[in-house]
Write a protein that binds this ligand. Structure first.
Ligand code: UDP
Length: 520
C-alpha cells in the first residue's frame, strides 16, 4: 500500500501503539535504543524506555528534550535489583565495570529486573503493544510471554554480523573452532562461515566474541533461545547498505527483520542530547569546532575506540606514535581513565607539544556526531563498534578499521571486503577488556593504514567516493519514501492494527527478497 494510505490509517485507526524498549545497560546499546525511541515517538507511537537509576540519570536531557517537544517518550526507572556482593555499589553500566569478573554479576543483577518489569507492565491502564528488548536481555522473553505481549529483539551490530553469528551457531562453527584449534596455530586456522551470500572467513582468535568468554556459555545460550522465541528482530541498518544480509537473516530466522536505521538520523533531535549521548563531558564542543574550522577540508583523521575499550599506556603509545608518524592532522579521543595514569598523562602532553598546530587530544567523552559531520574530518580510525561504523558511513567518512573484540572483527570484514570503505590496520588478535597486555597493532601499522586512507591517490579517492555514496543513501533511507522510513511506518501500523501478528518485513519486495535469499 502506498505510504500516504498507511499513514492515514495510522492517524485514524485507534490509539497509537505503545512500545516498551529495554536496552542492555551499556552505552553502545542504550544510545541506539534511545534514538529508536525518538523515531517511534516522532511518528506518533508511545515509547517507554526501561532502565535503572544510574542510567536514567544519564538520560535526563533526553527526557527533558522529549517533554519540551511534547513527544510521547518517557524514561521508566526501575530500582537496581540486589546484586552479588562482588559488584561494587552503584555499578549499573558496563562502562563502570573495572574488572572482568564483574560482568556476569552485573548481567545477573539486571536479570532480576524481570519481576519489577512485569509489575510495571501489569500496572499500566492499557497493555503495551510490543516489547523491543536488547538481544542480551533474554530475561524479557519470560516477562513478555507471561504478560502476553509480542516481543521483538534488537540486535545491535551490523546485519552481516548478526547473520554470521546465527549461522555459526546453527552450524556448530564455534564448537568446531574450539575443538580443532591447536595451541601451536594460536587459533589462526580459518573457517568459512556457512550460509553467507558472500565468502566470509573467520579465525578462532577473531570470532571469539565477548559473550563466548568462559563462564558466559549459559548466558549466550539464553540469549539465543530468546532470539528463537521472539516475534521478530529490529536492526540498526538500511537496505541500501545491507540488503542481502537483511534478507538472508530474515530467511534464517524465519521471522520479520525490521531494518529501520541509521536510527540517529533524526533531524528534530535536541542538539544537547545528541552531543552528550547520555554521558557528561568536560570536552568543550565549541573549542573542538574552532580547532576543526582551522583545518583544511578532509585533512583530519579522527580517532576513537568507542565507549568501553580501554588502552594501557604501552598500547596508547603505539596509537599516538603511529598517528604522529602519519604526518596527518589528528583528533584523538582518550578516555579519562586512560589519561589519568601518570605516565600516560605526561606522555600525552609531550605528544601535544610535538604536534602543536596539527594535533588535538580530547580527554573524556567526545561529541562524536558533531566531529564526524565537520568538513575537516577526512577519515576515522575506529574499533568498528557498529554505532561508530554506521555513524561514519552515514557521514560519508571512510575508515581505518581496528577491531578489538566481539562483533567488531566481522563488522570490519563488512566495511573492507563488502562495502570497500575501509583500510584494515591489521589487527589479527583481539584485545579484551581490562589488563590485556597484548599489543597486536604497532605504530608502523597505524601510520601505514592512516597514510593509505588519506593519501589522496586513486584507490583512496574511490574509497572516499563509496563512503560518500553510502552516506547519501543512509539519509535517503530515513527520508519519507526511503526504506527505513517506510519500514517504520509498517511496523507502527502492524502493531496498531494486528498487534504485530501480521508482521513481516525487511521492506523488500517479494521477488527481490527471494532473489537475495537464493544467494544465502
Ligand atoms: N561515543 C561518543 N563519544 C565518545 C565515544 C563514543 O559520542 O567519546 C558514542 C559513539 O558516537 C557511538 C557510541 O558512543 O554512538 C559507541 O558505540 P559503538 O557501537 O561504536 O562502540 P561501543 O562503545 O559499544 O564499543
Amino acid at each position: 500500500a502506498p505510504t500516504e494510505t498507511l499513514e492515514s490509517i495510522i492517524a485514524t485507526s485507534g490509539p497509537p501503539p505503545h512500545f516498551v524498549l529495554v536496552p542492555l545497560v551499556a552505552q553502545g546499546h542504550i544510545i541506539p535504543m534511545v534514538d529508536l525511541a525518538h523515531l517511534l515517538a516522532e511518528r506518533g507511537a508511545r515509547a517507554s524506555l526501561i532502565t535503572t537509576p544510574v542510567n536514567a540519570a544519564r538520560l535526563h536531557s533526553v527526557a527533558d528534550g522529549a517533554r519540551r517537544a511534547k513527544l510521547p517518550l518517557e524514561i521508566v526507572e526501575l530500582p537496581f535489583p540486589p546484586a552479588d556482593d562482588v559488584l561494587p555499589q552503584g555499578c549499573e553500566n558496563v562502562d563502570q565495570v573495572t574488572d572482568n569478573d564483574h560482568f556476569l554479576p552485573l548481567f545477573h543483577a539486571i536479570h532480576r529486573l524481570a519481576g519489577p518489569l512485569e509489575s510495571y507492565l501489569r500496572a499500566l491502564a492499557r497493555r503495551p503493544s510490543c516489547i523491543i528488548s536488547d538481544w542480551c536481555n533474554s530475561w524479557t522473553a519470560g516477562v513478555a510471554s507471561s504478560v502476553g505481549i509480542p516481543r521483538l529483539f534488537f540486535h545491535g551490530p551490523s546485519c552481516f554480523y548478526s547473520l554470521c553469528d546465527l549461522n555459526a551457531s546453527t552450524h556448530g562453527l564455534h564448537e568446531r573452532a574450539y575443538t580443532s584449534a591447536t595451541a601451536e596455530a594460536e587459533g589462526h586456522e580459518t573457517y568459512v562461515v556457512p550460509g553467507m551470500p558472500v565468502r566470509v572467513e573467520v579465525t578462532k582468535a577473531t570470532c571469539v566474541g565477548f559473550l563466548d568468554a568462559p563462564g558466559f556459555e549459559a548466558f549466550r545460550e539464553d540469549c539465543l533461545e530468546a532470539i528463537r522465541t521472539a516475534d521478530g528482530a529490529v536492526v540498526n541498518t538500511f537496505l541500501d547498505l545491507e540488503e542481502q544480509f537483511v534478507a538472508c537473516y530474515e530467511a534464517a530466522l524465519g521471522k520479520p527483520v525490521w531494518a529501520l536505521g541509521p536510527f540517529y538520523i533524526n533531524s528534530n533531535r535536541d542538539a544537547q542530547s545528541m552531543t552528550s549521548r547520555g554521558r557528561k563531558t568536560s570536552v568543550d564542543q565549541s573549542a573542538v569546532t574552532e580547532w576543526l574550522d582551522a583545518m583544511d577540508p578532509g585533512s583530519v583523521i579522527y580517532v576513537s575506540f568507542g565507549s568501553i575499550a580501554q588502552k594501557l599506556p604501552k598500547q596508547l603509545y603505539e596509537v599516538g606514535h603511529g598517528l604522529e608518524d602519519s604526518g596527518q592532522p589528528l583528533l584523538w579521543v582518550v578516555k579519562d581513565a586512560e589519561a589519568a595514569l601518570p605516565e600516560a598523562a605526561e606522555w600525552l602532553k609531550a605528544l601535544e607539544a610535538r604536534t602543536v598546530g596539527r594535533g588535538l587530544v580530547l580527554r573524556g567523552w567526545a561529541p562524536q556526531l558533531a566531529i564526524l559531520s565537520h568538513r575537516a574530518v577526512g577519515g576515522f580510525v575506529t574499533h568498528c563498534g557498529w554505532n561508530s561504523l554506521l555513524e561514519s558511513i552515514a557521514h560519508g567518512v571512510p575508515i581505518v578499521t581496528w577491531p578489538h573484540f566481539a562483533d567488531q572483527f566481522l563488522n570490519e570484514r563488512l566495511a573492507v571486503d563488502v562495502l570497500g570503505i575501509g583500510v584494515p590496520v591489521g589487527a589479527a588478535l583481539p584485545v579484551m577488556l581490562f589488563g590485556d597486555e597484548a599489543v597486536p597493532v604497532v605504530r608502523g601499522d597505524v601510520a601505514r593504514a592512516v597514510s593509505e586512507l588519506m593519501d589522496g591517490g586513486e584507490v583512496a579517492e574511490e574509497r572516499r567516493r563509496k563512503a560518500r555514496e553510502y552516506g547519501e543513501r543512509a539519509h535517503r533511507a530515513m527520508e519519507k519514501g526511503g526504506s527505513s522510513y517506510e519500514n517504520l511506518t509498517l511496523l507502527i501500523q502492524s502493531f496498531r492494527l494486528s498487534g504485530g501478528k501480521e508482521t513481516r518485513h525487511t521492506g523488500l519486495q517479494k521477488e527481490q527478497q527471494e532473489k537475495q535469499i537464493m544467494s544465502c
